[in-house]
Design a protein around this ligand. Sequence first.
Ligand code: USQ
Length: 382
Amino acid sequence: MRILILGGDGYLGWPTAMNLTASGHQVAVADNYLRRNICREENSEALFNVSNLHDRVKIWEKISGHKIDVYIGDLCEWDFISTLFTQTKPEVVIHYAEQPSAPYSMLNRNAATLTIKNNISVTTNVIFAVKEYTPDAHIIKLGTMGEYGTPNIDIEEGWINIEHKGRKQKFLYPRQAGSLYHTTKVMDTDLLWFYVRMWDLKVTDLMQGPVYGLHTDENQGNEDLFPFFNYDELFGTVVNRFIVQAVAGYPLTVYGKGGQTRGYLDIRDTLQCVKLSMENPAQKGELKIFNQFVETFSVNQLADKVQKTGKIFNLDVQVKSLPNPRKEAEDHYYNPAHTGLLDLGLRPHYLTDDALAQMMETVLKYKNNIKKSSIFRGVKWQ
Ligand code: USQ
């Protein structure tokens, strides 16, 4: 299939591009290096340097023989996106092109407006480009489990049937996000659902939990093909951060009580989920929603796992509870459904001791690159 990946430079975009070319698809990627630029401005450098897209596609082609077309530009600009769609004529559009950090979105007014402008404008332009140039294309959009927040009832997979005063209707499951970034994802879902109803678009919205890992079948541990690996407070997510902290001898930064529970997945499972969504597309006028994670655990449980794995490498891993810089529930009910992707054939990779040890071993190679001052800066959300 002809596939267009928006945000192809990112933590998930680049591994997806390699994975889909390895399956024989024709892939083009677009990116404006927004994440790289924000990271540079905020002094949030990743654990190691990652080559730009032009260089990485050359390395991938040399190793695998597969080509990836690269388009550098801003998807908020209609001229760029219309040229992109005209030239690539995608049958599938995978949309990752968003400012992806919750803490960054809470930093200050500039970061807030950048997050709103970028995320909402790109989604709107994607919708209009699909309508105008490729109305039969299937849009696969990366949403987030954070759209639902942490309600005191079971979280359903996208939709909920409500019975009210004797009448019934199916609605989007209630959303109450916990950061501005997550709120822009709620807005994305609303926009997509509106235009599915108006224009009969085909859309799959993937409610993904925090992803961890570096290794995929395509990079085979080759660091030239690794994605970004951030460990700083703004762009690092909790599993990757804790592994780096363990290696650096920095006490694991458990925020508040550490009872915050989320649904996690290995980066290889993101690739499987996106491929399964592609192979089982939404129909015209349908918004499919999957909850994309394979297991849940709390921050405290994660800290225990990392501490235990540290022993294999003779690391004396300490855990320190910090006053929570975020405003979130620290001890809560969490029971989200997630059978949709399993029913389609997802074979989960769990966060086993072996999986943690493999990541720790890789991070140990870059121990000297770790800047302890980037680990915690205490951006307050209130
Ligand atoms: N946490 C700590 N200590 C840390 C970092 C995080 O206790 O050093 C806690 C946070 O307070 C939170 C949980 O760990 O309760 C997860 O935080 P995170 O930074 O790993 O993830 P989050 O900010 O929620 O966002 C990440 C991705 C985002 C994705 C989301 C899925 O950056 O793109 O949408 O995970 S979810 O969390 O399910 O909303």
